[in-house]
Design a protein. Structure first.
Length: 236
């Protein structure tokens, strides 16, 4: 009877985990499954802002991530955060809001760019304390674009320019690339068909200073455990 109850509890826990992954893109790696209390966050598909994306589009909802990040900050049992990224970009304001939240966490954070982290995915990738990208991963940097109705007056252009500067400044402050070099890459007209900007593959993103290191999941976990140990040592 006790064995049946234990199996029922395990199945219930797995069901709750699967639901959490499905709805929130997060997973708690505690309960004896990790050397430290680590929270896993995934930023997948399009970054959804105030307007809902198409029902057929994979999306990360910022109204889901912001409360989870606040919870992580206040949760004493959470010692670090691993962020997995594979996004084509999306809502600029929502992406910057998530990036600022990650950057302001007091817990150690590590990001890992998988397929790609394009457009507003750039600030999200560099917002962590340390960033990795897989060898085949890509990052695309380009100027801010307008969606929907756009009033073609000088004030609108200036607002877009200010938003672009905010993004470039954030990336420069949280990585090793200069704001001047980043703007050069954003405005390169020789790489992308029908567009300006630059696509950087894994090693190139590291060489430009956008990402800290080429690596995969094992390297990301190892770095996060190292940062957690350093934080614990400094605290004592």
């Amino acid at each position: 009877m006790e064995r049946i109850q234990q199996e029922d509890n395990r199945q219930k826990a797995r069901s709750e985990e699967n639901e959490e992954i499905k709805e929130m893109g997060t997973l708690d790696l505690r309960d004896g499954r990790s050397k430290h209390g680590i929270q896993l966050l995934t930023i997948i598909g399009e970054i959804e802002g105030h307007e809902a994306v198409s029902g057929n589009t994979k999306a990360t909802k910022y109204e889901h991530l912001l409360p989870r990040l606040a919870e992580i900050e206040e949760d004493e049992s959470t010692e670090g955060v691993l962020i997995l990224l594979n996004t084509l970009g999306g809502d600029v304001e929502a992406g910057l809001a998530i990036a600022e939240m990650i950057a302001s966490l007091s817990k150690p954070t590590v990001s890992l760019v998988l397929g790609g982290s394009h457009s507003i995915g750039g600030p999200l990738a560099v917002s962590a304390d340390y960033s990795f990208i897989v060898p085949t991963g890509t990052m695309i940097v380009h100027p801010v674009r307008s969606t929907g109705m756009f009033i073609g007056v000088i004030q609108s252009y200036r607002n877009m320019e200010k938003t672009q500067d905010r993004i470039a400044r954030f990336i420069a402050e949280h990585s090793r690339i200069s704001q001047e070099r980043l703007l050069e890459l954003m405005l390169d007209s020789t790489q992308l068909v029908k567009d300006v900007g630059t696509m950087l593959e894994g090693r190139e993103a590291v060489e430009e200073g956008l990402i800290d290191e080429v690596g995969g999941i094992s390297q990301a976990f190892a770095k996060l455990h190292e940062l957690i140990k350093q934080r614990s040592y400094l605290a004592h």
